[in-house]
Design a protein around this ligand. Structure first.
Ligand code: ATP
Length: 345
């Protein structure tokens, strides 16, 4: 089933993506998606402006960005539904522009809404779709995978919105694809339906499927994705594992506490308290600065009421990145790549 793709370069009848562009030579995991210098414009609007990224087999990769960032254009180019102006794209070793028919049975696409016959049962619906493929995944297995085992005999019309979305996911899985595109999989869900859908996505990852997810929810990206890429204005403004995205300046640790009124605080913490009496400062070296603060507090017998050590959430990082990208009409800043992550460097 899984194609044997070389780790750092992919060759096809279209040519070879040059080794000089190769990233992450150290990884042995094959690439499911490889994008280099991708450009696409519509009537003078530069929707995608020279982006590069790779997705390794078995990864869950989330593409984030504000409205109009270029996410849909990028994903549709990968799916083979849109042509590109320039750049190199390989999806499972194929060029989606010229080899879409080869790719069709190897990728699954979950759009924001799939039209299915609402009077068929879940089992009938998935069986019908499975019949379109040469090597479908067993229907009951697919239904269990998306967490609809208890609803297999239920008509689609009687399912909740979240359950219907999982039917959509089951349909995309019917052909047992290697790579799954999920477009905003939980938009409009209540919190418990979101959790269930997340479990379904995690199940896919446990089968070794590769998932490219677009989402507007930071917590979704944080929970599901091995790596996150943030697009703004057609460019990639950040890429890395959610926990380390925006390292350095954006990942500055902040320390917050309420000292007793009039306490003479150590150097670096004496910026003044807010109206609620709390002092909040960004620290450069979390370990040694916290040590200084705690050592001082113990020595002086000073309570540090409500002491908190905070890292910015993915949402803080996202807002900071996309905000600054939108401020600059011409973003020339390089992509911020964060280290680490599941099998990636
Ligand atoms: P959203 O989150 O709102 O779906 P997006 O990140 O998916 O946004 P795209 O849909 O890729 O963004 O759009 C990127 C830019 O390209 C936008 O400025 C959009 O107006 C423009 N665009 C997209 N499709 C077309 C089209 N068919 N014709 C003209 N302009 C388009």
């Amino acid at each position: 089933m899984s194609p044997e793709l070389p780790a750092s370069r992919i060759t096809s009848d279209e040519g070879t993506i040059s080794a000089s562009h190769a990233v992450d030579e150290s990884s042995t995991r094959a690439l499911a998606v490889e994008v280099r210098g991708l450009h696409k414009s519509y009537d003078g609007v530069q929707a995608v402006d020279g982006i590069d990224f790779v997705i390794r087999q078995g990864e869950i990769f989330a593409l984030l960005g504000p409205n109009g960032a270029g996410k849909t254009t990028t994903v549709e180019i990968l799916e083979g539904y849109r042509s590109r102006d320039s750049g190199e794209v390989r999806v499972l070793g194929c060029d989606p522009r010229h080899q879409r028919s080869l790719l069709k049975s190897r990728i699954g696409i979950v759009l924001q809404s799939t039209g299915v016959d609402p009077y068929l049962t879940v089992h009938e619906t998935v069986t019908m779709y499975a019949g379109l493929y040469h090597h479908p995944r067993p229907v009951d297995e697919v239904i269990d995978l998306v967490g609809l085992g208890a609803k297999r005999g239920e008509r689609v019309i009687r399912l909740s919105g979240g359950q219907r979305r999982r039917v959509d996911m089951a349909l995309a899985l019917a052909g047992d694809p290697e790579l799954l595109f999920l477009d905003e999989p939980t938009t409009g869900f209540d919190p418990s339906a979101r959790r269930e859908a997340w479990d379904a996505v995690k199940n896919l990852a446990s089968l070794g499927k590769t998932v490219l997810l677009t989402t507007h929810y930071m917590d979704e990206a944080q929970y599901l994705a091995d790596r996150v890429a943030v697009m703004a204005g057609g460019r990639m403004v950040a890429e890395g594992p959610p926990s380390t995205l925006g390292s350095r300046d954006l990942a500055t640790v902040r320390v917050r506490f309420r000292p007793p009124a009039g306490a003479l605080l150590p150097v670096g913490f004496s910026g003044g308290a807010g109206p609620d009496g709390f002092v909040e400062v960004a620290v450069e070296d979390a370990v040694s600065d916290l040590y200084r603060l705690l050592h001082w507090a113990v020595e002086e017998g000073v309570p540090l009421e409500g002491l908190e050590v905070k890292r910015p959430s993915l949402e803080d990082v996202y807002l900071s990145l996309t905000g600054s990208a939108e401020e600059g009409a011409n973003l020339t800043r390089p992509v911020r790549r964060a280290a680490g992550g599941k099998g990636a460097g």
